[in-house]
Design a protein around this ligand. Structure first.
Ligand code: PXP
Length: 253
C-alpha cells in the first residue's frame, strides 16, 4: 500500500490573538489599518500546502471573531475545521455556517489555551446532542480527547468518525522522564482508536522539535498545529513556516 502522507491542519487562532491585542475594541475585524488579517494568513497557509485551516470560536471571542469564520467559509479552497464547545449557541452557529469539519473541544474561560481533552464519558449526553445535528448537516465531527481508553471507546460509541488526541500533556513532558510514558499512551490510543474504526488526528503543543517523535505515532491522518507555526511565521514568513512543518511531518516518506 502506498505511504499516506500525514496531513497538516493549521490553527490560525494566534494570528487573531495578535490583532486583538491592538484592535479588540474596533467593530471592524479586517481592512483599513487592521492587521494582521487571519483570513489572509489562512490563504497564505493554503498556498504553502496546508491541508486544512482550524479556528476555535471561543465563547469570550478572545481571538477569532464570528466574521473571521464567515469569511474563511467564503474564501478557503481547503477544508475549514471549526473547534467549538458543545453548546446550543455554537451548534446554531455551526449549522448556519456548515464548515467541513467540527471538532468538539472543552472550554474554560480562565484557561490561557485548551488545557486538556474533553471528558466525553462525563459529558456524554451533551456531546451526543450536538453530534447528531452536525452529522445530519453533513459535517464531519471529531472529538478532542485525551489518549485514554475509556474516552476513545466512548468516541466510537457516540458514533463520531474522528478523534483528535490531545498531545499537550506529552508536549509539556518533552524534557522530562514522563515523556516516554506520554508517547506510549498516545501510541496505544492511536492503535485502539484505529482498531475501533476511528480516524486518528492529534494536536496541541506540537512544534518543530517534538514533531520528529510525534510523526512516528501510528495511523496518523492529520495534525493540527497552531502556536508554533504562527510563532515561526514572525521570523520566516507564513509560507516558509508551513512548508517546513509539512516537510518535517513527512520527512523520509
Ligand atoms: N487542537 C486543538 C483541539 C486545540 O484546541 C488547539 C489549540 O488550542 C490545537 C490543536 C493547536 O494547539 P497549538 O496552538 O498548541 O499548536
Amino acid at each position: 500500500m502506498p505511504h499516506q502522507e500525514i496531513l497538516l491542519g493549521v490553527n490560525i487562532d494566534h494570528c487573531a490573538t495578535v490583532r486583538q491585542a491592538r484592535y479588540r475594541d474596533f467593530r471592524m475585524t479586517a481592512g483599513g489599518i487592521i492587521e494582521p488579517d487571519p483570513v489572509f494568513f489562512a490563504q497564505q497557509c493554503e498556498l504553502a500546502g496546508a491541508d486544512s485551516i482550524t479556528v476555535h470560536l471561543r465563547e469570550d471571542r478572545r481571538h477569532i471573531q464570528d466574521r473571521d469564520v464567515e469569511r474563511l467559509g467564503e474564501v478557503l479552497r481547503i477544508p475549514l475545521n471549526l473547534e467549538m464547545a458543545p453548546t446550543a449557541a455554537m451548534l446554531d452557529f455551526a449549522l448556519a455556517l456548515k464548515p467541513n469539519y467540527v471538532c468538539i473541544v472543552p472550554e474554560n474561560r480562565r484557561e490561557v489555551t485548551t488545557e486538556g481533552g474533553l471528558d466525553i464519558v462525563q459529558a456524554r449526553e451533551r456531546v451526543a446532542e450536538v453530534i447528531g445535528p452536525l452529522q445530519g448537516a453533513g459535517i464531519v465531527v471529531s472529538l478532542f480527547i485525551d489518549p485514554d481508553p475509556a474516552q476513545i471507546r466512548m468516541a466510537a460509541e457516540l458514533g463520531a468518525p474522528v478523534i483528535e488526541m490531545h498531545t499537550g500533556t506529552y508536549a509539556n513532558s518533552y524534557f522530562s522522564v514522563e515523556r516516554k510514558h506520554e508517547i506510549a499512551r498516545l501510541r496505544e490510543g492511536a492503535e485502539l482508536g484505529h482498531g475501533l474504526g476511528l480516524t486518528i488526528n492529534a494536536g496541541h503543543g506540537i512544534n518543530y522539535v517534538n514533531i520528529s517523535e510525534v510523526r512516528t505515532l501510528p495511523h496518523l491522518h492529520e495534525l493540527n498545529i497552531g502556536h508554533s507555526i504562527v510563532s515561526r511565521s514572525l521570523l520566516t514568513g507564513v509560507k516558509e513556516a508551513v512548508r517546513e512543518m509539512r516537510r518535517l511531518m513527512n520527512v523520509g516518506g
